[in-house]
Design a protein around this ligand. Structure first.
Ligand code: SF4
Length: 344
């Protein structure tokens, strides 16, 4: 099988291209051109035509096919549907950060799988079930395609689209490496976020390998029985076990972990929920991101202003950790958290 030039880290490409007579410096130029532009480097006096002929024979640069694109008239979020190795579409979202005057940037929310096996009750992707894992190049090219389309610099990448990143962790870590290394897209590793529903071996791998990426765990309920009703993954990866893994991660990295809390009115936004969360994270430095639930079926709805304010106050009083409300935009075009189902 041909070597896919945008599917490998620099070290992997240097090793894979060496038998073709490619020196490490040329391998890096090939990677940069393949990842960023989807082409081989232009002919140059210092590049052997004979070596490049062999590279052309033995390699390929797959690209995502555009399936659809839609822009929110409300907040400028852009939803993209792509096709890659298979026929089923998957999505990425371009998130403009226009409030930063003078340096407008965009974040790209990428998918790591088509569909998702975890079946969270409040998530449309989960209702699809898992179709397949994405290859590293299919993740990297989501960012490249969005960067080609948006006028803003790409300031970060979040693995919060379709899928559970830690159930496709080899490809996710390879993609994150390609996105961050100098001959890939050179995005600061600290601006890449991997969000998990609490997959214990994945968090333990983060503790052992200490990649620079930000780790977010989607918690949503601190009481295991009630969490299990919303997030069935609790049965296979209990809160007590992933909390142990998070403690090991914190001990290894000294980094604060972010816990994402999908707010569901009448379900997890009461003072008792805040107290249970305080008990759970008593010995672990965390940050809490509050995100409105987005459920087009209408079964789950976000809290109103008064309920949100009361919950935020209860969290500040009981947990003592930084609390931020994250704007979950693109709801009008089905691009918000939990809404991605492969259609635009
Ligand atoms: Fe999967 Fe995330 Fe949706 Fe849960 S919220 S079903 S982990 S995509």
């Amino acid at each position: 099988m041909a070597i896919r030039l945008n599917n490998h880290t620099t070290a992997e490409l240097v090793a894979a291209l060496a038998p073709l007579g490619v020196k490490p410096g040329l391998a890096r130029r090939i990677q940069m051109s393949a990842v960023r532009r989807g082409t081989l480097p232009a002919p140059a006096p210092d590049i052997s035509p004979r070596v490049m002929a062999r590279v052309r024979e033995e390699t390929s640069i797959p690209r995502l096919e555009w399936a659809a694109r839609r822009v929110s008239p409300v907040d400028g979020f852009v939803k993209y549907a792509f096709r890659g190795d298979g026929p089923e579409p998957f999505e990425a979202v371009g998130i403009p950060l226009l409030h930063r005057a003078g340096d407008p940037k965009a974040i790209v929310c990428v998918s790591s799988q088509v569909g998702c096996a975890l079946g969270c009750a409040f998530c449309a992707t989960g209702r699809m079930g898992l179709r397949r894992n994405l290859a590293a190049w299919e993740i990297v090219d989501q960012v490249v395609r969005v960067a080609e389309d948006l006028p803003h610099r790409i300031g970060g990448v979040v693995f919060m689209g379709m899928g559970e990143p830690m159930l496709n962790l080899d490809e996710v870590l390879r993609a994150a490496r390609i996105l961050s290394e100098p001959c890939g897209l050179a995005i600061d590793g600290k601006s890449i976020t991997v969000c998990t529903a609490g997959i214990v071996p994945g968090i333990r791998r983060f503790a052992a390998e200490r990649p620079p990426y930000r780790l977010v765990v989607s918690l949503t309920q601190a009481d295991p029985a009630r969490r299990r009703a919303l997030m069935p993954v609790e049965a296979a990866h209990p809160t007590a076990e992933w909390m142990d893994a998070l403690r090991a991660y914190h001990a290894a990295t000294r980094r604060r972990v972010t816990l994402a809390w999908t707010m569901i009115a009448g379900e997890n936004t009461g003072a008792a929920d805040a107290r249970r969360l305080a008990d759970l994270v008593r010995d672990l430095p965390v940050k809490i991101d509050l995100i409105d639930v987005n459920d087009p079926t209408g079964r789950f709805r976000p809290p109103d202003r008064a309920e949100l304010d009361a919950f935020r106050d209860a969290l500040r009083a009981h947990v003592g950790a930084p609390v931020a409300r994250r704007y979950s935009g693109g709801g009008d075009i089905g691009a918000a958290c939990g809404m991605l189902v492969g259609t635009v």
